[in-house]
Ligand binder design. Structure first.
Ligand code: PHE
Length: 342
């Protein structure tokens, strides 16, 4: 038996390979269930008791050595495989893996395009907080306390404190601008706004606005009209026409709503313009003198105009997306359809 042990030990030491499959075959041959090591164990059971001690030690050594040797060879094989460049890299004709580049969100695309048009007219972008106080969202904008006009915008209050709320429009940024700066003021205020509305295809509790404010000496309604006409032609096309309808906002007097001619049906009437040939896109008006005074601007010397539009609404018209919720779900199949240069 001792001979068998020595012979196997010699073969284990002599065996060498860097091929994983060969090493595994060798392991099965020696250490597998029907392997040589098991034969030796069976034979060991039959040896005379006085030899058991000495032989037992040898059998154990043999087994341990076999396990260690195979482990050693496996490791070497792995290192070698790592060091050799794989054949797939050598094949330069293989198609590469495509980089998955993100795309800009449609709301960002529309916001950037609109801001870009007003930038060219000399408006700069102003920013402000989403969590606001009553003064910046309502009081400074000529909403008297308990005025029913506050109900026009279903406000989210924070922790039942009626003074701290989520802004319902970005007019609050205009107030913050007037606080910091005397006229001439020419800003646009893009941002997220919040209103307590049930979510549906046509309404959402979060949406985006871009508001504009222009205050200087002798700013007139004609300036407002011309600015909006320029914007409408730039954004919806050279042939776009506008019309202003009288409206009401607490912070502007007079107030109006702006419609642009429907570029989808060419004024003929379709289901987007509901057969009228016109699309309503924004609210506007001359800044109420009370607003100027509340913000320490001399209403005898200065006049101004303001306007505000919903970015989702413009995006719906631009892309023909009929369900507002798509803008918030971030479904990649939806987002992948938009591309932009800015
Ligand atoms: N702040 C108004 C709104 O959210 C929009 C608006 C802005 C109207 C400026 C007139 C002038 O509905």
């Amino acid at each position: 038996m001792i001979e068998k042990i020595n012979d196997l030990l010699a073969r284990i030491e002599a065996f060498s390979s860097t091929d994983a499959k060969e090493i595994e075959d060798f392991r099965i041959k020696i250490l597998g269930r029907k392997g040589e090591m098991n034969d030796i164990m069976d034979e060991f059971k039959t040896v005379a008791p006085e030899l058991k001690r000495e032989l037992g030690q040898k059998v154990n050594q043999l087994k341990n050595r076999a396990i260690a040797r195979i482990e050693e060879l496996k490791q070497q094989a792995e290192e070698k495989a790592m060091a050799t460049p794989s054949s797939t890299i050598d094949d330069m004709s293989r198609p590469g893996t495509e980089e998955q580049l993100g795309s800009r969100h449609p709301i960002s695309i529309v916001r950037n395009e609109i801001c870009d048009i007003f930038n060219r007219l000399g408006f700069t972008v102003a920013d402000g907080p989403e969590i606001e106080d009553d003064w910046h969202v309502f009081s400074a904008l000529n909403f008297p306390p308990e005025h029913p006009a506050r109900d026009m915008q279903d406000t989210f209050f924070i922790e039942k404190n009626p003074d701290i709320l989520l802004r319902t429009h970005t007019s609050s940024i205009q107030v913050r601008t007037m606080e910091k700066q005397q006229p001439p003021i020419r800003v646009i205020c893009p941002g997220r706004v919040f209103r307590n509305e049930a979510i549906s295809a046509r309404a959402h509790c979060i949406f985006h606005q871009i508001e504009g404010l222009y205050i200087d000496e002798k700013v007139s309604f004609a300036d407002l009209k011309q600015t909006l006409l320029f914007f409408a032609k730039e954004y919806f096309g050279e042939n776009t026409q506008i019309r202003l309808r009288p409206s009401y906002f607490p912070f502007t007097e007079p107030s109006a709503e702006l419609d642009v001619s429907c570029n989808l049906c060419g004024d003929k009437g379709c289901n987007v313009c509901k057969g009228t040939g016109w699309l309503e896109i924004l609210g506007c008006g001359m800044v109420d003198p009370n607003v100027l005074e509340a913000n320490n601007i001399d209403s005898k010397k200065y006049t101004g105009f303001a306007f505000g539009m919903g970015v989702e609404r413009i995006a719906m018209l631009k892309f023909g997306v009929k369900d507002l919720r798509l803008y918030f779900e971030n479904d990649k199949r939806f987002l992948d359809q938009f591309e932009s240069a800015i």
